[in-house]
Design a protein around this ligand. Structure first.
Ligand code: 13P
Ligand code: SF4
Length: 337
């Protein structure tokens, strides 16, 4: 079983589509909207995408919302402004649609921390355990899983299983540890993590909170336990956004990828949102993978319909089962993302 991706060059193009120069006078927003109509294409974007991409997208959401939207779209082409595992999930759910990712190199450190052959060996050592995998994993890991979850539904999915059910949770040890704490379970955790969420500095966040009396810390459960312990609210990107709009607090310190600040400031223009500082000299907490996508690449990808996500059918069928299970369970639990 293998995953293939169509290369950057189409037979009718003399050079890679990313090397094609774009006329600087073009209004890319207008062009992208035209291409959407002409090709019956939908642009799905994650909150971690750059502001321009969020502004031109048909739907912005967290991983659960994006998967739910990908499952029900009637578009012929899905343009996924996010990372590879997200576009791959859309392809798993839509074998007959064209799924495009503006930059094929947009990967994910968390997904990469769990290679399928190593995980298979680990799983084989624990035959009584079922596998719940966070959606931030490759199709190969999904195919080895019983249920997929996202940060929006992980706790409820785990709680819906019998208390004595033995569970392996992969690939994020921080989300898994957080769910263990919340549910009192003892899931076996794969030792994976996200490079962006592991970088936050407890000391710097604590100092920032001292300097901003009355502020609240919002954190994504991919953060390390030390950061989660001082957070006032922990949730997926959509849950963090909802909390920031409904809670009367005026100043929030946000411990997740900085792309989310665009929507937060749009939804609550009178509130102050401060990006939680990471433990390095550069004060940015951008995901280098998410930020590989740009408005220019989005335009080129829609114009030339490249690069496309394709997949071995056996792998797709095996990876779809646990995603379907998650979508069914989320619908029963009344969850959206
Ligand atoms: P959510 O979209 O589920 O909040 O996950 C965040 C993330 O890290 C996506 O890569
Ligand atoms: Fe992966 Fe982390 Fe980037 Fe999300 S923020 S895509 S988990 S590396």
């Amino acid at each position: 079983m293998s995953v293939h991706n169509v290369e950057n060059t189409a037979p009718n193009l003399k050079k890679g589509y990313l090397d094609i120069e774009i006329d600087p006078t073009l209004d890319l927003f207008e062009e992208i909207n035209k291409l959407k109509k002409e090709k019956n294409a939908v642009v799905l974007a994650h909150y971690y995408q750059e502001p321009d991409i969020q502004d031109v997208a048909d739907y912005i959401g967290d991983s659960l919302g994006l998967a739910q939207n990908a499952a029900k779209t009637t578009a012929d082409i899905i343009v996924f402004a996010g990372v590879h595992f997200m576009a791959e999930t859309a392809k798993i759910l839509n074998p007959n649609k064209k799924v495009l990712l503006p930059d094929l190199k947009a990967g994910c450190s968390l997904s990469d921390s769990c290679p399928p052959p190593l995980f298979k060996a680990f799983k084989d050592k624990h035959p009584e355990h079922i596998v719940i995998s966070y959606i931030n994993c490759s199709a190969g890991i999904k195919a080895l899983s019983d249920i997929i979850c996202t940060s929006s539904n992980a706790q409820l999915i785990v709680e819906s299983l019998p208390k004595d059910q033995k569970i392996i949770f992969a690939p994020d040890k921080n989300l898994g540890g957080y769910i263990n704490k919340k549910t009192g379970r003892d899931m076996l955790l794969w030792n994976g993590a996200c490079m962006v969420h592991e970088l936050f500095s407890l000391e710097k966040i604590t100092r920032l909170k001292e300097r901003n009396p009355g502020s609240k810390i919002l954190a994504h459960p991919e953060c390390e336990d030390a950061v989660l312990r001082i957070a006032d609210f922990i949730g997926s990107t959509t849950q963090i956004l909802k909390y920031a709009t409904t809670d009367p607090t005026q100043t929030f310190i946000v411990a997740t990828e900085s792309g989310i600040l665009h929507k937060m400031r749009y939804d609550s223009p009178n509130k102050t949102f401060i990006a939680a500082p990471p433990d390095n000299a550069c004060a940015c907490n951008d995901c280098p993978h998410m930020k590989l996508n740009t408005l220019e690449k989005l335009y080129l990808c829609m114009k030339y319909e490249l690069p496309e996500i394709t997949m071995d059918e056996d792998l797709r069928i095996a990876a779809k089962k646990p995603i379907d299970r998650m979508l069914e369970m989320s619908a029963q639990l009344g969850l959206g993302g």
